[in-house]
Design a binder for this molecule. Structure first.
Ligand SMILES: C[S@@+](CC[C@H](N)C(=O)[O-])C[C@H]1O[C@@H](n2cnc3c(N)ncnc32)[C@H](O)[C@@H]1O
Length: 405
């Protein structure tokens, strides 16, 4: 469960233990490639992430990005290749993880990135501010996540975006029990991470087959945990804070930043759980957004993490409800799409989408135009109407650029 602060001394010793874990088992242990990583992750694509958060394309591509707690640089490498005009800084506590990150980016030809050993608590030492900060899988391993998120918030430029991933308590319940069990059996040897991995693997191998912890490991996690680095990251961690919606929003409130939304809105849609019951949905209408989120996770406690975007105001967000503004906007096909050109494609989130003939015709028109057409030009030249343009935008199949004032 979440604890919010710690004394400087325990903060230092816990941070040293975390660095020691990742110097023993740099994470993630993904292999290095001699070419850019395959596919995309829209959360690491500036145009896609910005359009998701604000409804519009960003004003600039030449941005500064901070990957805070970059580990061995798997995410950093994607950010570097997906955003070739960006200048990226990756920081981490672990020198061994950073060594791999440097090699990874060098081998795949990412030249717009540099790495530095630095704690998130000390990001004030970096020059200037960042347009976009990525902090995935890190804050929950800090003894004082609140100080961590506040430090990141000070480095965010006005209008900048902060992408965060932290653990959720409900779906990690079995993991937390196993962590404690391994710790008890390690006793004095706690902090010896290879011993922890050995003890954990031995327990799993010999628990009864029907045991709840064992079943959860086998059904949900074992595919990734065959590597010791993954197993150690999950079960032998010296520091982990798991959140609930309630404690998550305490953390977010402490950042002073604006919550823009979860990056997986489908999970947070209450109607997927009780939508068949209009009276229950009507009862939920009086709840705050925060309470509705809590209700979703209570009813569907499989959730293992929260992934979301925050922003430093001011931030222009457009819902494109104004017809005049929409008609003047410029349109491009969404940059994260697989299988194009075809009427059946995978969208930004790798979900299968069947485009209508008019949608397919319109995306083709956008691609073939010399420069991005306006919506007015698009609807004049194709079968699409304004409602369908809005639908394409809401489903992240196009990106709209706001007309300049
Ligand atoms: C689970 S790994 C995540 C790596 C990477 N962000 C990813 O998602 O692939 C956590 C990383 O956070 C780093 N870390 C933990 N506390 C940190 C801190 N206070 N400052 C900087 N990095 C930290 C660890 O060294 C480790 O490499």
């Amino acid at each position: 469960m979440a604890s919010s602060s710690s004394s400087p001394l325990s903060r230092q010793s816990v941070t040293a233990a975390v660095a020691q874990l990742y110097n023993t088992y740099p994470f993630p242990p993904e292999p290095l490639l001699d070419e850019p990583p395959p596919g995309y992750n829209w959360r690491w694509h500036w145009t896609a992430a910005h359009a998701f958060c604000t409804g519009r394309s960003p004003d600039r591509q030449a941005i500064r990005v901070l990957d805070a707690g970059c580990g061995t640089g798997v995410g950093t490498e994607y950010i570097a290749h997906l955003n070739p005009q960006a200048k990226i800084t990756g920081i981490d506590l672990s020198d061994r993880a950073l060594e791999t990150a440097r090699n990874r980016c060098q081998r795949s030809g990412a030249q717009n990135v540099r790495f530095q050993t630095l704690s998130i608590y000390d990001v004030g030492q970096l020059e200037g501010t960042f347009d976009w900060i990525n902090c995935v899988g890190v804050l929950h391993h800090m003894p004082d996540p609140q100080a961590g998120i506040q430090a990141l918030a000070t480095k965010l430029a006005p209008g900048g975006l902060l992408h965060i991933f932290v653990y959720a308590a409900l779906g990690r319940w079995e993991i937390s029990l196993m962590q404690e069990a391994i710790g008890l059996l390690q006793g004095e040897r706690r902090g010896d991470y290879t011993d922890g991995v050995q003890v954990g693997r031995q327990i799993f191998a010999h628990l009864p087959e029907t045991n709840r912890l064992r079943r959860r490991e086998e059904e949900r996690w074992s595919l990734e945990n065959h590597r010791d680095a993954n197993f150690a990251d999950m079960y032998v961690h010296p520091q982990e804070v798991d959140y609930t919606v309630n404690t998550l929003f305490e953390l977010i409130d402490a950042s002073g930043l604006m919550f823009l939304g979860f990056s997986n809105p489908r999970y947070w849609d209450l109607s997927r759980l009780i939508g068949s019951q209009p009276d229950l949905m009507a009862r939920s209408a009086v709840l705050s957004q925060h309470q509705r989120y809590r209700l979703v996770e209570l009813l569907d406690p499989e959730i293992t993490h929260y992934e979301f975007f925050l922003a430093k105001p001011p931030l222009d967000r457009l819902d494109w409800s104004d017809d005049g503004q929409l008609r003047q906007a410029r349109v491009q096909r969404h940059p994260c799409m697989q299988g194009w050109p075809s009427q059946s494609i995978f969208d930004y989130d790798y979900q299968m989408v069947d485009l209508t003939a008019a949608e397919f015709q319109s995306l083709t028109y956008c691609d073939q135009a010399e420069s991005a057409p306006t919506v007015a030009e698009l609807v004049a030249a194709t079968e699409l109407d304004l409602g369908e343009v809005r639908s394409l935008q809401q489903r992240q199949l196009i990106v709209l650029t706001a007309p300049t004032a």
